[in-house]
Design a binder for this molecule. Structure first.
Ligand code: SAH
Length: 425
């Protein structure tokens, strides 16, 4: 989501004649697009600002946008007096105001809903992977999560607006569409005529666009996997066989305290239904270890579910108490040392499962999407349908954007392969 927000901000400033630079001393305006989901991410913003203020041109404008802006508000100006603007995740389209009045301070952390989508220019050319936000905010109120506070209540964008953006992306270079939302599978838009649109309608429409070869969506809430959506895995071959569906914990006890009121049985049933619709689907998850009150037994249940579902490509985090959240005030906060030990154990298991899955891909042929050259410039990086990185030897300029690749080797983090030819898909 932040990658998307960053692209829109870049497009907005490019349309005003600005160009991008990675070199701080060259910049006339410096924008930190921020994440507040864990304390560490917020701390990094302020340490980066401390560094940047000594490196930047004295008259360069500097500010933060996104969730840390919303979390800190005016306090950010107190912490870093050189800041010129603090704009929340739903008001970054107001950025040009600071260019017009560079001597003022601009603060806007309102939750203005969908205004930003309509008041900013489209990117002229879409990246190969087009992120299309279909929703803002989240209504789930998981007790650990700051997102409902920073991004507000859940609002689904009008179906026609999403289709408009998707069509524009498809006509300007997109090959893969990634629909975005904090609770993406809860997308629900009722038109003025009373027709209800769901995520399955969006997938169906995108699948009919010729230039689009791959579709995915993130992040999904387990109990919002409705039957119409699960059915898409059966009927739309362009939908990738890969789904991020965070379970967070394998203990029903902890899940209740997290205010994620699904049972493990229900979660497993949903996974089974999806695999029934398309047997080659693989699931990834987010995990939080060391949630307040998590016992050794609770944690062992997380290891157990990870083994059982065989998650690939997961993300795991130590619980981080956040302002405006209920869990920050809960008793029995877990000591840092125990959180670190648990994270280490869980990561070791997830890595082992991922390596096993990667090894099972060797000798298979997969349709993969070109990402670009690797750091050395000697190899090309492709993405498999499971979003694994696949490295191909030739850095040939005529390499197909969608290629059938035979996987020749695997390790924990990536695959190696040979291009057999352009993918017919
Ligand atoms: N709404 C999305 C993304 C939320 S943030 C979703 O449900 O997936 C991404 C991940 O960060 C979450 O899934 C969760 O695993 C993790 N996370 C959120 N709040 C956290 C906290 N306070 N401490 C540690 N990890 C957290």
């Amino acid at each position: 989501m932040n990658v998307y927000d960053g692209q829109r901000i870049a497009a907005m400033l490019t349309a005003r004649g600005m160009t991008q630079t990675d070199n701080i001393p060259d910049a006339d305006i410096i924008i930190l697009n921020t994440c507040a989901v864990r304390a560490k991410a917020t701390d990094k913003v302020f340490s980066a600002l401390g560094r940047i203020r000594t490196e930047k041109k004295p008259d360069a404008l500097m500010g933060i946008v996104g969730c840390v802006a919303r979390e800190s508000g005016a306090d950010a100006f107190r912490r870093v007096p050189e800041l010129n603007f603090v704009l929340g995740p739903q008001s970054y389209h107001k950025l040009p105001e600071i260019l017009e009045n560079p001597d003022t301070r601009l603060l806007n952390i309102d939750l203005g809903g969908l205004e930003k989508f309509d008041s900013m220019p489209q990117m002229e050319k879409s990246p190969r992977v087009a992120y299309i936000p279909i929703q803002e905010g989240c209504n789930h109120c998981c007790t650990y999560c700051i997102v409902p506070y920073t991004r507000g209540r859940e609002i689904s964008r009008p179906f026609d607006d999403v289709i408009h953006d998707t069509t524009h992306a498809a006509n300007t270079g997109a090959i893969e569409i990634c629909f975005l939302g904090q609770n993406v599978n809860g997308y629900k838009y009722t038109s003025p005529a009373g027709k209800i649109y769901r995520l399955s309608d969006l997938i169906h429409a995108a699948a009919h666009m010729d230039t689009i070869k791959r579709i995915r969506f993130t992040s999904s809430y387990p109990t919002e996997m409705t039957d119409d959506l699960i059915d898409m895995f059966r009927t739309e071959p362009k939908l990738l066989p890969f789904l991020n569906m965070p379970i967070q914990s394998g203990s029903s006890n902890v899940l209740t305290k997290m205010n994620r009121p699904y049972t493990l049985d229900l979660y497993i049933d949903i996974v089974d239904k999806i695999k029934h619709a398309r047997p080659d689907v693989q699931i990834s998850s987010d995990f939080i270890v060391g949630f307040p009150g998590e016992s050794d037994d609770d944690f062992n249940q997380t290891l157990e579910i990870a083994r059982r579902i065989k998650y690939i490509n997961s993300f795991s985090f130590k619980y981080s108490p956040r302002p405006h959240t209920a869990a920050a005030l809960m008793p029995n906060q877990i000591p840092e040392k125990i959180k670190s030990e648990r994270l280490y154990k869980l990561d070791a298991l997830l890595n082992e499962i991922q390596r096993e899955f990667n090894e099972s891909c060797v000798d298979k042929v997969m349709p993969c999407l070109l990402e670009g050259p690797d750091k050395t410039g000697r190899h090309l990086v492709y993405r498999t349908p499971y979003m694994q990185q696949c490295i191909v030897d030739s850095a040939n300029n005529s390499a197909p954007e969608m290629a059938d690749i035979k996987i020749t080797a695997a390790n924990k983090a990536s695959l190696r392969g040979e291009i057999l030819g352009a993918s017919e898909f």
